[in-house]
Structures are given as structure tokens and as C-alpha cells.
Design a protein around this ligand. Structure first.
Ligand code: HEC
Length: 134
């Protein structure tokens, strides 16, 4: 009887730890999105340098948000017209770029979340396709 209790308790603890670490993980991602945005993207997207869609400008972002997270993340990462590849920071990974972009999108009328593995695979595929046509 008491053994069952101990077991149940340790399972409950494991679940709690798991839930807590996932929440911390999500919070860390949001924080890193904000800090990457500030470090790399803000210089252009805060004020709209060369017509960059501005942070918080829902009208400017509306059509892009409509094109979807996979396409917009991939094209931004590769670079579009006056938008430099990876926001000009060579060392940015696709995940880091996606976090910074999510931060900007979610302040501009969108509701994007961190891409999961399946979406990351699609983004990488679109990056490869896009590079071929550049
Ligand atoms: C040197 C200035 C500059 C920096 C730095 C920069 N951007 Fe941009 N970005 C632009 C400009 C300009 C455009 C508009 C491009 C156009 O439509 O001609 C743009 C457009 C975009 C777009 C829309 C692309 C599309 O498909 O039309 C995304 C997404 C984007 N930026 C994300 C980011 C992210 C995320 C960062 C930081 C990691 C970043 N940018 C850093 C200048 C910049």
C-alpha cells in the first residue's frame, strides 16, 4: 500500500518537473526571441529603414502574416530585396531567426509559436528551394 503511494508520488513529481521545465523552456524561447530581435532586427524594423515593415505595424504585416509562417520565415532567412539574409547576422540559426521573427509578428497582429520539428523541416525545405531561384 505505502509502496504504491510512493510510486504514485514519484510519478506525480516527474510530471510536475516535466511540466515546469517545458514552461521554462517556452519562456526562455520568448526571451531569446526578444533579445535577438533587439540585437539584430530592431535597427531596421523599429523605424522602418528602407521600408522595412515596422514592429507593431499591423497593416504592414497583415499580408505577410497571411502568407504563413513557413514561407515568411524561410524568405526572411534567405533575404528578400532590401532585407539582408539572416538580418545581416551570419551566425543566426533558422531557429533563432524564427524566434526573433515570432517576437515581431506577435507584436504586429499575429499569433505565431515556435516552429516544431515538422515545421522546421518545411522551413528548411523552402530555404533550399528559395536559394535555388535566387
Ligand atoms: C538592414 C536592415 C534590416 C535588418 C537588420 C533586418 N531587416 Fe527584415 N527587412 C528589412 C527590409 C528593408 C524589409 C522589406 C524588404 C522589401 O520588401 O523590400 C524587411 C523585410 C522583412 C521580412 C518580410 C520579408 C518578405 O517576405 O517580404 C521579414 C520576415 C523580416 N524582414 C524579418 C527580419 C528579422 C527576423 C530580422 C532580424 C533577425 C530582420 N528582418 C532584420 C530590413 C532589415
Amino acid at each position: 500500500m505505502s509502496l504504491i503511494f510512493v510510486k504514485t508520488q514519484s510519478i506525480l513529481y516527474s510530471i510536475l518537473i516535466l511540466v515546469f521545465s517545458q514552461a521554462t523552456f517556452a519562456a526562455e524561447k520568448t526571451a531569446s526571441g526578444a533579445s535577438i530581435y533587439k540585437e539584430v532586427c530592431a535597427v531596421c524594423h523599429n523605424v522602418g529603414v528602407a521600408n522595412a515593415p515596422k514592429l507593431g505595424d499591423q497593416n504592414a504585416w497583415k499580408k505577410l502574416i497571411g502568407e504563413g509562417q513557413v514561407i515568411i520565415t524561410a524568405h526572411g532567412y534567405v533575404g528578400v530585396r532590401a532585407m539582408p539574409a539572416r538580418g545581416g547576422k551570419e551566425s543566426l540559426s533558422v531557429e533563432q531567426f524564427a524566434e526573433a521573427l515570432n517576437y515581431m509578428i506577435n507584436k504586429s497582429g499575429g499569433h505565431w509559436i515556435s516552429p516544431n520539428q515538422a515545421m522546421l523541416a518545411e522551413i528548411n525545405k523552402e530555404i533550399t528551394n528559395r536559394k535555388k531561384t535566387q
